[in-house]
Every structure is written in C-alpha cells, then in structure tokens.
Design a protein around this ligand. Sequence first.
Ligand SMILES: [Fe+2]
Length: 273
Amino acid sequence: MPLVFAAATNHGPGITARRDTAPPEEVTPFFEGWERLHQRMEAANLDALVMISSDHIQNLYMDNMPAFIIGLGDSFPGPTEDEHFLKIPKTIIPGVPDLAASIADEVMETIDLAYSGELALDHGFMVPLHFLTPAYDVPVIPFIVNCMFPPYPKLGRSYELGRALRRAIDKQSQRIGLLGTGGLSHWPAAPLSGKVAVDWDKDFLEAMVANRREDLTRYSDAEIERDGGPGGHEIRSWIAVAGACEGSGGKLDFYTALPSFAIGGAVVEMAVA
Ligand SMILES: [Fe+2]
C-alpha cells in the first residue's frame, strides 16, 4: 500500500524535561499542535511508523559513524537517557523486523544503508512517540541520519534517502507512516542554548512546504552551523521526508519559537498522494 502519512516535527529533550517549568503561554501552542498531529496519526490507522532522527551519541560513536542506519530489531528499548531527567519512563518499543528488512532491501537498490538489530531509542524517537503514539502500540522502524559529526551526509543524499524510502514503502502491503524529527534551529548544550533563529526556521519551512528540493538542499554545513546552530543539521530528517513526498507539497500546522525548550518548534504534514 502506498505511504499513508508523512510529517516532520521536533524532538528536543526539553519538550518533556522542562515542560513543567516552561511558561504555559509559550509552550501551549506547541503541545496543542502535537495533539492535532497525534489525532491525525491515529486516524491514519498505521500498521508501522518509519521514524528518521539523529542519534545523540547513544548508539553511534566516532569509531564507526554511518551516514544512514536502519534498525531491524524486533523491539527497541528507550529512552536511553535518565528517565527522571527526560520524564519518560523506560519501556520497550515494538519493532517489525520482517517489514524493516524488506524496506531496507528495496532502499539498498539506490542507497547503501548500515543496519543494526540492537538500536536503542533516545529522545530523538521517544519524545515524539510519548505524545504521538502514547500507548506505544504502533511498531517503529527507526532510521538514524548522522547529524552529529562531520563529514555529514550531504543534504541531497538525505533527499535521495527519502525517495528510496518512498519506493520501498509503496511496495509493502501494510499501512505505513513516515515521521522525521529534529531541529529546527537550535544550539544544544552550547553557550547559545535557547537561541532560536526564527527567520532561518521560517525560510526552511517555506521551502519544505513547497517541497523545493533545490532550496531545501542548498545550505552548506558551515551555513547550517552559523545560521541554524549545531542542532540545525537535523534538517536532514525533514529533507528525507520531503524526498519521500517528491512532487507533493505540505502544510505547515504551526511554527513557534520555544526558547524554554531551546528549539524552533513546528509541524509540517506532507501530502502523500
Ligand atoms: Fe536532536
């Protein structure tokens, strides 16, 4: 069955860790937006969710840093972080190994992937899942894109990963959704933490909604670092979702600066027709 749902949003750990101490007037629009996303994902009646995120030095280290890696496990523990810090109890997220292997096999017609049977899920996966599939009853196929250490995969390769994923997903019989997480501008664990580059975020979102490949992939790594912060490299997850929806645009549900969570927050849902 063709891809039935595609969206991109954030995953900053402050979303859960600092929820109780953030000013309600600042963060309520974000949580209302995520509740709408939750409702739309539930309505999509997914058999599986392919998630694309960065890894935050939880699975992958400098001794071996793949550009793209898929989790083929039958389950994934998470969160890797301290549960009292993240305020998400540790649990086990179900996988769907046969489907993941089938998708990986097709993706590898055009994109070489690393794979693992033992990925654990950090906040990049667990923070969105905590709100969007709160019963953790939708099996997850995790994809990690290296957004942490250069040399990074080129933005155009993230777009191509998305195109390959779409081809692979469309060949399956299950109802599959795609969710990219990360970004937008942020300076995590840095002196500028809390800064949000609103204009940079809006510029990217405008290109995302229009699904203009040339604009989405035009940034150099140095420009991302300077204008969107080290966390801005996570636009690679969003760009992969755009690649999966090549030829279609999207809809910006909301954008809001969230200095308390140290991110520019947004949801974009892409058309999958
Ligand atoms: Fe991140």
